[in-house]
Design a protein around this ligand. Structure first.
Ligand SMILES: N[C@@H](CCC(=O)N[C@@H](CS)C(=O)NCC(=O)O)C(=O)O
Length: 226
């Protein structure tokens, strides 16, 4: 039988979805083996473990497989109770999940579309992303972290805004996370990246710029943009 304590993570260095899982494991002090995937040449292991989406992150715990980063965060929180990530109160838990889904479905999705598009499509995506960020600004106002005094589930869910969004903003010549419009979010990003677990587990910015610049060029070329 598989060792029930054994934890493995299939990941990709530049993925915000993978990093949020790593942050959770590290905040809780869970040791794990990390396996880097090449998503352009997916391993037989990844295809076997995540045949439905064929994406990282994939967590394997004692031989059992969990896919999808938000579900992995919930699994980690329920399996290792120390340093809880989700709030205890059911209403607060539902609210945290709601905002995580808004941040993913509206902010992240549209920030990515804005990065990889031009003209009207880009403008519309920036508008949707900005609107979502405005709602999220209202949630963080007056708080140190989305989780209250410390980092919680929603901080990890939105954490990509601190390190990925500025790179996308730069490469896409846009300013979705504008300090003049979203001062509370910008203050939160500074607090979030100062946490040692986050600070020590961010991909190098210069490598990210190269990676996303190439990815953007390929996507733009496939859409017929220069
Ligand atoms: N909703 C997924 C998204 C995961 C995702 O998109 N992962 C990317 C890496 S950043 C991937 O594996 N892409 C491979 C592919 O699209 O074929 C999650 O939250 O885990």
């Amino acid at each position: 039988m598989a060792n029930p304590k054994e934890v493995e993570l299939l990941g990709l260095w530049v993925s915000p979805f993978v990093r949020r899982v790593e942050w959770a494991l590290k905040l809780k002090g869970i040791a794990y083996d990390y396996i880097e995937e090449d998503i352009l040449n997916k391993s037989a292991l990844l295809l076997r473990l995540n045949p439905v989406h064929q994406k990282v992150p994939v967590l394997v715990h004692g031989g059992r497989v969990i896919c999808e980063s938000f579900l992995i965060l919930e699994y980690i929180d329920e399996t290792w109770k120390q340093s809880p990530l989700l709030p205890q109160d059911p209403y607060d838990r539902a609210t945290a999940r709601f905002w995580a889904s808004v941040a993913e479905g509206q902010l992240l999705r549209n920030a990515w579309i804005a990065l990889c598009s031009e003209g009207e499509e880009k403008e519309r995506a920036i508008e949707f992303a900005t609107e979502a960020l405005g709602h999220i600004e209202g949630v963080i106002e007056g708080k140190a972290f989305f989780g209250g005094e410390g980092i919680g589930y929603l901080d990890l869910a939105i954490g990509w805004v601190c390190h990925w969004l500025p790179v996308w903003d730069e490469l896409g010549s846009m300013k979705i996370c504008d300090p003049a419009k979203f001062p509370a979010m910008v203050a939160w990003t500074s607090r979030f990246v100062e946490h040692p677990v986050i600070k020590e587990n961010l991909p190098p910015r210069d490598k990210m710029v190269v990676y996303f610049r190439n990815m953007r060029s390929q996507i733009m070329a496939s859409k017929g943009h220069a």
